[in-house]
Ligand binder design. Structure first.
Ligand SMILES: [Zn+2]
Length: 479
């Protein structure tokens, strides 16, 4: 049995040795995901799906609390519809999957499998919006989309992924702008308060904005290896789509106006962020608020009289306030410890004959490994507090990590040196020219992540060309 226990931990590559392999190992060994027969597509296993459901549940609540309704639109988009907005089709064309046949019959018009649903919503909105009384329209869709990516990673980049996409129509440009910011805040709240993933809020450069958008707001997070991950985006679409699709309403004065639109989305990518922000060399570490099982009760010497009964009693008692599970399988306790550590269960409770004698149990924190002896009488009140502590601790730790890995660069030499010695976010001034943005990417591999809402002036000149600087930009190598 000992050999097998050892093997379970040995099977994960250390993150210091090969971060990409470590990531894949955790995703698979924690039972989150499995590969499917089509390259780049993934099977989200029950444990992974349960995490998604917890994220979904909280986000859906907030989406509805901010006045939105859920709808469902079709999977297919006729080619002619996709081509109505020029920038949009140009942005998505390289990664679109096409349906050319229905059964044996060749279709008169190719159908695209939705890479995103702007055009479908626009077509629908043109049909149902007529008057100022029909506004705002605040729709959200939970579904899947397909993007034919060349290089793929489970959760981070896959041919098909799950997401929600909000699509809204407003009477004025200002209202659409407010909506764009409101939904970014919802995303930031879910990431920080539930996933314990700190985010940077800001605006994308024109180069990085959504195809067809007026501007894109983004939240960006830093992963353990110093690479950034875009964790959510919210787009102000202006009236470009409305003009292309003829979405018009009659205002109060009887005048015909185009609507102003937004769209916003988060995806199963967030599960990738959870792995890479909190995970360690023993596997996944889950923040309690979205962990499918928050507390795992593990009976010790469970064959001894009374142990299993007591363990089940504990689990039932805990289940009244938290999500508790029990592992009463015939595997050894050591094996169970490793397994639930791998799966990132925030707390485990060990209870054996000696503990029962002393009216106590041993709680072990997944995040710190700390062992805490608890009287059985105080368990019910202490466990929820411990979970709260873990939740807060994870966010603080991730924030501290981000601070450590955020640097300033005043010249290109500094930029390159710091990206090499301490990869992470680099704060540097930018003149606003696309050429400099391209050159920085070419020379360093870092892309502009965002122009933060909280601007600072760290220098008066662009890090790349030395001309007058317009904005502070966060740069990083990114997933
Ligand atoms: Zn410049």
């Amino acid at each position: 049995m000992m050999r097998k226990e050892k093997k379970l931990v040995e099977e994960i590559t250390a993150m210091e040795d090969d971060f990409a392999q470590w990531y894949t190992d955790v995703a698979r060994k924690a039972d989150l995901v499995d590969y499917a027969s089509v390259r780049g597509s993934m099977i989200i296993r029950p444990y992974g799906y349960a995490i998604w459901e917890h994220i979904q549940k909280e986000l859906d609540r907030q989406i509805k609390d901010t006045g939105h309704e859920n709808v469902y639109l079709p999977l297919f988009i006729p080619e002619s519809l996709l081509q109505k907005e020029k920038d949009h089709i140009e942005g998505f064309a390289p990664e679109v999957a096409w349906v050319t046949h229905g059964g044996e019959e060749k279709l008169a018009e190719r159908l695209c499998v939705r890479p995103t649903s702007e055009v479908l919503f626009c077509e629908h909105y043109a049909n149902i919006i007529h008057s100022y009384r029909d506004l705002p329209k605040l729709y959200n869709q939970w579904g899947n989309v397909v993007r034919w990516e060349k290089t793929t990673r489970p959760f981070l980049r896959s041919l098909e992924f799950l997401w929600q996409e909000g699509h809204t129509c407003h009477a004025t440009d200002e209202e659409a702008g407010e909506e764009t910011r409101r939904m970014l805040e919802v995303y930031a709240d879910v990431c920080e308060e539930y996933l314990a993933v700190p985010v940077l809020r800001g605006r994308k450069t024109d180069k990085e904005k959504f195809a067809g958008a007026k501007f894109t707001l983004t939240i960006e997070s830093l992963m353990h290896d110093g690479k950034a991950l875009q964790t959510g985006t919210s787009h102000h679409l202006g009236s470009g789509f409305a003009e292309a699709f003829g979405i018009q309403y009659t205002d109060k004065k009887g005048k015909l106006q185009h609507v102003h639109q937004t769209s916003w989305g988060i995806t199963t990518r967030l599960i990738g962020a959870l792995i890479m922000v909190h995970g360690d060399n023993r596997g996944l570490v889950l923040p309690p608020k979205i962990a499918p099982v928050q507390v795992m009760v593990i009976p010790i010497a469970q064959h001894k009289e009374g142990v299993l009964d007591k363990a089940y009693e504990l689990k039932d008692q805990l289940n009244k306030t938290v999500r508790a599970g029990i592992d009463a399988s015939d595997k050894s306790p050591g094996w169970k410890f490793s397994e639930h550590e791998m799966k990132g269960v925030p707390l485990r409770i060990e209870i054996g004959p000696k503990d029962i004698e002393k009216n106590q149990a041993v709680a072990v924190r997944r995040d710190t490994g700390e062992k805490i002896f608890l009287s059985l009488d105080e368990l019910k009140t202490r466990i929820p507090l411990l979970l709260e502590e873990i939740q807060k601790g994870l966010l603080q730790k991730a924030k501290a990590h981000r601070e450590e890995k955020t640097n300033i660069a005043l010249s290109m030499d500094e930029f390159k040196a710091v990206l090499e010695s301490n990869p992470g976010f680099i704060k540097a001034m930018w003149c606003g020219d696309r050429e400099c943005e391209d050159q920085i990417k070419e020379e360093t591999g870092a892309t502009s992540r965002c122009m933060p809402f909280e601007q600072e002036v760290i220098s008066k000149t662009c890090v790349c060309c030395g001309q007058e600087a317009e904005e502070l930009v966060y740069w990083a190598k990114a997933y």
